[in-house]
Design a protein around this ligand. Structure first.
Ligand SMILES: Cc1ncc(COP(=O)(O)O)c(C=O)c1O
Length: 389
């Protein structure tokens, strides 16, 4: 029998998914209105202990909306990691603003808080109450603090440095549902926080996103912008450009059923990470996944570094894992050197590139069996041994 490729991160649909989706279908509520959307928003707000939650069509739509809500305008600058999935950088461009790419901390893979502080302190100045990038005169309007891989960035430091200068903070917690930083849910430190329910996330709605905020006015604005900015729905009066960014009821029904299972998914992913840690403890060629101080991690994707590997070695390593039936993947290509962003500013980016070159994410779905995790860890060790000179 040929073994299937062990997937990187497959959803586990083991709860009320069928029941809730059927309920939505039976009641005829399938589109962007209906009780499941509100139920999902309420349950989500409670899960991350945020006063307000607004469901959106995707994590990317959530980010675009949040940036508009906090006032990002064409010609502004927004700080964002060079090493992340491309969605937050795209969302900044949708606003007509320019990303400024920040380095990753090699010890945690996250946006380097010290470099964010240094950029704001040394590269910017206050002009008429606005933080401005001295090199080009552009207002620095916001920072998108991304929490990667089921860990968290040092959001308290990043938020403090930003707020001191009136710079808004949007958290991208797409990969960090269930993660806490210093006892508080990732995504609830900034002016707004954004989540994704894409199919590979810890909780999926097939596709979808959520925006959270402690600020009722910002949450209202998000609800307004995601539903075509309706000022007088009966007369079709729209005083601003709006978006068709609302989640559908079918997505919300699925998402709610998934959210109910979050504690179990988190526990399972922590057990998988512990099994990988144990398997790699005595393997000198592997740097295990970091456990940053103050972070209660979910290890959304268990990601290791191949000690001393260059880009080509890492590419061969992943091909070798695929041949052994392990659905591994690299971290993202650094964004500042991709064609659509080549003209944007990158500030002291060094380690992000090393991490892109030498890191490998391993299968981490909550549905993996112990035997499958062992199989993946054995394959990593075997591939290392095979690649040794
Ligand atoms: C860090 C990060 N931000 C944003 C997104 C975008 O979310 P979505 O796919 O729901 O638009 C993703 C994943 O897809 C992500 O990993």
């Amino acid at each position: 029998m040929t073994r299937r490729m062990i997937p990187l991160s497959e959803p586990v649909l083991g709860g009320n998914e069928w029941k809730y989706v059927k309920e939505a279908l039976d009641t005829g509520w399938v589109s962007t209105a209906g009780p499941f959307i509100e139920r999902f928003e309420k349950a989500f707000a409670a899960a991350v202990r945020s006063p307000h939650a607004v469901a959106a069509a995707s994590g990317t739509a959530a980010l675009h909306t949040a940036l508009l809500c906090v006032g990002v305008k064409p010609g502004d600058e927004v700080l964002v990691p060079a090493l992340t999935f491309v969605a937050p950088a795209n969302a900044i461009r949708y606003c007509g603003a320019f990303p400024v790419f920040m380095d990753a901390d090699p010890a945690t893979y996250q946006m380097d808080a010290a470099k964010v502080e240094r950029f704001l302190r040394e590269e910017c100045e206050m002009r008429a109450g606005v933080c401005v990038d001295r090199s080009n005169g552009r207002p620095v309007r916001a920072v998108v603090a991304v929490h990667l891989l089921g860990l968290a960035c040092e959001i308290d430091r990043i938020a403090a440095a930003a707020r001191e200068r009136g710079v808004k903070v949007v958290e991208d917690a797409a990969e960090a549902l269930g993660v806490s930083y210093k006892g508080r849910a990732a995504g609830t430190f900034g002016d707004m926080g954004c989540f994704s329910f894409n199919g590979n996330k810890i909780v999926t709605s097939g596709g979808g996103g959520m925006i959270v905020s402690a600020d009722a006015a910002l949450a209202r604005k998000a609800a307004y912008l995601t539903t075509q900015a309706k000022d007088d729905p009966e007369e079709y009066v729209h005083n601003e450009i709006g978006y068709n960014y609302r989640m559908t009821t079918l997505q919300a029904a699925l998402g709610l059923a998934q959210l109910e299972q979050l504690p179990g998914f988190v526990a399972r992913k922590r057990a998988i990470a512990a099994a990988y840690d144990a398997a790699f403890a005595a393997v000198p060629g592997i740097v295990p996944m970091p456990k940053p101080a103050g972070v209660d991690a979910t290890f959304w994707l268990y990601t290791v570094r191949l000690r001393g590997a260059d880009l080509e070695t890492r590419k061969r390593f992943i091909k070798g894992l695929h041949a052994r039936g392990v659905g591994a993947r690299p971290l993202w290509h650094t964004i500042h050197d991709l064609p659509p962003f080549k003209d944007c500013r990158a500030y002291a980016v060094e380690h992000a590139t090393e991490l892109y070159h030498d890191s490998v994410s391993l299968p981490s779905g909550a549905g993996l069996t112990d035997e499958e995790v062992r199989f993946c860890a054995d394959a990593v060790r075997a591939e290392l041994a095979a690649a040794a000179p």
